[in-house]
Design a protein around this ligand. Structure first.
Ligand SMILES: [Mg+2]
Length: 374
């Protein structure tokens, strides 16, 4: 008896989704999200889906995915881990390219699609394949949007009215602007939890100064205050301030996670499947953090509902999960996932146990989004 369900075709589709409003953070202003979609088809006609980030160039990363896909054609979706190891060896390390971060980002889309197929083949939700869910519902933060203190305060008021628990605000502009927007948001949200993300904007001296000025605003945590290159710099800050520190851009690989734990450089680790290479490596990252006594906050960055669903399955399974995980698909004007709705209520979301990653895509939205790529 053969268990093989060979993959017969893989297509890569670059898409661009406009945002509802300009997205402001320490690294600029964005008007769109761009991702490369991956559609994997088996000999039985089953289809699995994934998506990848596009940095630094969407067409170039689509071309890389087209090169890598030869490893998966003819293979079985249940052979995902050895195939990914082969890709890393043959197309990266054997060529002298120790680009672990880039390899992880490219591999994530294949990993999502393989898990989606595994679930569809077995008629099981992906969390069944990961060892089983430890929780039904997953907690998410409310991502404040706007530029001025007034705009951000108005959005904070909307979040309070919706019963949100954890608010998340981008900082890392000027000292004066940061203090002004934090003051305006805190005044609206009362005693609710407020998280700040500086996205690598500060050197340790500035980060320590800013943390001292921000402490009176009862900050839940500050995400990636210092450049991702130096885990030591973040450790320096973490050991000098009273606000908990969350590592984000510093954690892209399993080795980063270990090093952050070893140096006690953060109080929690924010990492997502699109950084570390998919669903399966996320379980390994969570296990390393668990051994160090740290929680994982799942990271989202310019992601569609495909990644939201993948993240939800991970979140249901890992024991050391935070209750204010990141979610970003709601910032896009259009949603490529038609079903389910993917809308947390009071910051909590549970999804049905449909097979695979559990979503149906909206082909008309994808066609429009693909036409925007020139
Ligand atoms: Mg972040």
């Amino acid at each position: 008896m053969s268990f093989t369900t060979p993959i017969t075709d893989i297509t890569v589709t670059p898409i661009i989704l406009p945002l509802k409003q300009p997205y402001h953070w320490s690294q600029g202003v964005r008007e769109t999200f761009a991702v490369n979609l991956i559609e994997v088809t088996t000999i039985d006609g089953l289809k699995g889906y994934g998506e990848c980030t596009v940095a630094p160039d969407q067409q170039a990363t689509a071309r890389i995915l087209d090169v890598l896909k030869r490893h998966f054609i003819g293979a079985d979706p249940f052979e995902m881990v050895p195939i990914k190891a082969r890709v890393l060896r043959d197309d990266y390390l054997a060529l002298g390219a120790n680009y672990m971060r880039n390899a992880n980002q490219m591999m994530a889309g294949f990993d999502f699609a393989m898990f989606d197929l595994q679930g569809k083949i077995t008629n099981r939700p992906v969390h069944h394949l990961l060892g089983g869910a430890q929780r039904e519902t997953v907690g998410y933060f409310y991502f404040l949007q706007g530029d001025t203190p007034n705009e951000l305060a108005r959005d904070a008021a909307r979040g309070v009215a919706a019963g949100e628990r954890v608010f998340y605000l981008k900082v890392g502009r000027t000292e004066e602007q940061d203090l002004e927007i934090v003051r305006a948001v805190r005044a609206e949200i009362g005693s609710a939890r407020l998280r700040l993300d500086a996205n690598e904007a500060w050197d340790p001296y500035t980060a320590i100064r800013m943390c001292r000025k921000l402490e009176p605003f009862d900050i839940d945590l500050i995400e990636q205050p210092t450049p991702s290159w130096s885990i030591e710099a973040m450790s320096h800050v973490r050991h000098s301030v009273g606000i908990p520190i969350l590592a984000d851009q510093a954690a892209f690989t399993l080795y980063d996670v270990y090093e952050i734990c070893r140096q006690r450089a953060a109080d929690m680790i924010c990492i997502g499947p699109r950084e570390i290479g998919g669903i399966q490596p996320m379980l390994k990252a969570a296990a390393v953090a668990e051994a160090a006594g740290l929680k994982i906050c799942i990271h989202s960055s310019f992601t569609t509902g495909i990644t939201t669903c993948a993240e939800h399955h991970i979140a249901r399974c890992i024991p050391n999960l935070d209750d204010g995980n990141q979610i970003m698909l709601q910032l896009a004007k259009e949603n490529i996932v038609r079903d389910p709705e993917l809308k947390p209520v009071n910051g909590w979301m549970s999804l049905s146990d449909a097979p695979g990653l559990g979503f149906t895509l909206d082909e008309s939205v994808i066609r429009k989004a693909s036409a925007r790529v020139t």
